[in-house]
Design a protein around this ligand. Structure first.
Ligand code: AOF
Ligand code: ZN
Length: 374
């Protein structure tokens, strides 16, 4: 197998792994590709990602698809094969049993139950193992799992659509279309790729959004909706509750929030999470720890300005999708990041991609220490 073959097949493993984002939590969505020698060069004989709901893991599905052709094959996998007897038997053992000759692994599994033991198991069985190909990409794709395992909180992505005059809305005016239709479709895809969408109660009161994924064919991919609401001000009649039977709602309230209001939200079908207060608001760090304990690995923060500012100020944002739209809001606009705009993020974040979508410009940023950590 040439180095170019290795890169190509790892790229395939990463691509298939990404297809499960938002569907496998608390498990990571891992991609696995089994490649055997063919008459015209290497051929893919098995390809899989972690199944919806997190099990089976990717490797046994790809190895099963390969069948007898797995013997002597190379397996490309975006995360170290597991070595623990969890809810499924160890993937490292499945690879050994299938008789693979070589494994190419993007990153080690930070799960303390695995943490290098999967690779060691393969090596002990005489399998050649290369670790590190595609690591930078795998660390981004698996950021939710890595964050939950190493920091005990989810990976947090902030999405902001900003007008040409720097605003994300106008106070007291409800939902204003800032980004264009192509951006909105992309934003709905981002929702589907997360385990939860988070907003502050101000956004519920001002915009009354549904916060579901409404892409054709993907409405079943809507994640949990989380409202940060220290004083339980969310109206039980909010639009969020219209589809609560299929898309759950979690309201994060502060200790001591009005019990009648909290009970009314619970009666409307919301899960209630009570966390300590930090001044006038809920303690965001404590809330994120509680979300991770519930299995949430990736959160999309959709606003408003209050929650975005608080999350950035508390240094809890890891990734930003900043959408610059040509629309003008005029006087009275709500300015994000304490009115300082994209430049305010430059110190802590690096730009990894700039894309034009419709008439909008999407700037994708990652927190420096996250994208550089090995
Ligand atoms: C793999 N392949 O496709 C995934 C892995 O509770 P269990 O038994 O399902 O194990 C969950 C852990 O396994 C999870 O926290 C992560 O460390 C690893 N996920 N491992 O070999 C996979 N999804
Ligand atoms: Zn496994």
């Amino acid at each position: 197998m040439s180095a170019a073959d290795d890169r190509r097949f790892m790229a395939a493993a990463l691509a298939i792994g990404r297809q499960g984002l938002g569907r496998t939590s608390p498990n990571p969505s891992v991609g696995a590709v089994v490649v055997a020698p063919g008459t015209d060069g290497p051929v893919i004989v098995g390809l899989a990602r972690t199944a919806d709901g997190g099990r089976p893991h990717a490797e046994p599905i790809a190895l099963d698809a390969a069948g007898a052709r797995a013997a002597g094959a190379t397996m490309y996998v975006t995360l170290e094969p597991c070595s623990h007897h969890g809810k499924t038997p160890p993937c490292a053992d499945a690879a050994i049993r299938a008789g693979i000759r070589r494994a190419v692994v993007a990153i080690e599994d930070p799960n303390p139950l695995v943490a290098g033991v999967g690779v060691a198991r393969l090596l002990e069985a005489g399998i050649e193992v290369d670790v590190g190909l595609g690591a930078a990409e795998a660390r981004r794709d698996l950021a939710g799992h890595i964050s939950r395992m190493t920091r005990g909180r989810p990976h947090m992505c902030l999405k902001l659509a900003v007008s040409a005059d720097g605003a994300i809305g106008r106070r007291g005016e409800g939902q204003i279309a800032i980004s264009g239709p192509a951006s909105r479709a992309r934003a709905h895809l981002l929702r589907a790729e997360c385990d939860a969408i988070a907003v502050g109660v101000g956004t519920i009161l001002a915009d009354d959004p549904a916060l579901t994924c409404r892409l054709p064919g993907m409405t079943a991919c809507s994640p949990l909706r989380v409202v940060f609401d220290s004083a339980a001000r969310t109206p039980p009649t909010a639009r969020l509750f219209a589809d609560i039977a299929t898309v759950p709602v979690l309201v994060v309230v502060g200790e001591g929030a009005d019990s009648a209001r909290t009970a009314a939200l619970a009666a409307a079908g919301a899960d209630i999470l009570v966390v300590p207060r930090d001044g006038a608001h809920v303690d965001l760090s404590a809330a994120l720890v509680a979300l991770a304990q519930r299995g949430i690995t990736r959160v999309l923060v959709e606003g408003g300005a209050g929650l975005a500012d608080a999350m950035v100020a508390a240094d809890l944002i890891d990734e930003v999708q900043w959408i610059d739209a040509p629309t003008r809001i005029g006087p009275g606009g709500t300015l994000p990041i304490a009115g300082r705009g994209l430049a305010a993020l430059a110190e802590r974040f690096e730009i990894i991609q700039v894309e034009t979508i419709g008439d909008d410009r999407w700037t994708h940023l990652w927190r420096r220490e996250c994208s550089q950590a090995s």
